[in-house]
Design a protein around this ligand. Sequence first.
Ligand SMILES: *Cc1c(COP(=O)(O)O)cnc(C)c1O
Length: 366
Amino acid sequence: MSNNPTVLEIDTSAIKHNLQYFKSKIQECTKLMVVIKAFAYGSDAIAIAKILEQQNVDYLAVANTEEGIDLRKANIKLPILILHPQIENFESLIHYNLEPNLYNFRSLEQFITLAHKTNLKNYPIHIKINSGMNRLGFKENDLEKLVSILQNLENLKVVSYYSHLAASEDENEKEFTNNQINLFNKVTHYLDKYLKYKPLKHIANTSGILNFANSEFDMVRLGIGFYGFGNDILETTKLKNVCNLKTKISQIQLLEKGETAGYNRKFIGKENTKIGIIPLGYADGLNRNLGSSIGSVYIKNQKIPITGTICMDMTTIDLSGVNCEEGDEVIIFNHQDHILDLAKKTTTISYEILTSISQRVRRKII
Ligand SMILES: *Cc1c(COP(=O)(O)O)cnc(C)c1O
């Protein structure tokens, strides 16, 4: 067990709060899928999945087959949708009882062949409809051929039809989103005429849940909201921050005027400069562009600029005038505002800040 002071704490009570919040936003009969791809948005997929198994969640989703296998190896029993499986992995996907998204004729036909060969019975599959995102999925003009295949499935069972919204967080794209929802409705109505049973339908991500009541269908796929981010500041304040990145000051250096610090001497000391060295760098996921006073960290609620060049394994902070000692706690982020600030300063989104925290950083469930 590592005791490295650099740690990403995962707040169980925040998780439960956020889950409850989103449950209150949907009808009781609507199923809930939680998306835990990319190590559960940079946190800890196995730990999160174990919590979710106790929380009455219906489904989990990850992007790759490998991510699903990791969950099964950790004894996670919930059904797991693989959002973007590769044909090369279909055999192991079946071996670990994972449920593929089949999104084109190539993947569907390959899976049918394998299912036949290995004599599967009622194996769950999900069919993706392209309603305008133009990433994965069958288009409207594929439907006739799709139906002819789905009608004759022997070894497989369609658990769900689903699609993905391209701009559900964007107020200016309301019409586009409603068109996506309407098209999905139309396509699935058509498909429903041909199967003897009714697969689930789902299209809503976090912003779909928050902005489009008509996107609810039979299930919703909750991602970023679960980790504490709504589609605007107001919604975000109703959620709790899940991931807290912390460390401690390794060393304090007192510089005389004109002395410099770090690679390429990027930091130049003024009168009586005090700097601190903290044990995390760009290899831990702290974007190198946050150096030279662009980004900040926090000590005892005081905002402290990151100075000089961020190194691979350590970062320098400007402690001039700050009352602190070696060994004191430094917060990189423990509030959504901190994460949004880092995102803004590196021209990205909260999703990327969270998923960039590298696997070297110890995770701790609290
Ligand atoms: C990542 C993902 C989600 C979750 O999206 P959020 O915006 O994080 O809620 C839902 N569905 C699919 C297909 C995804 O890839």
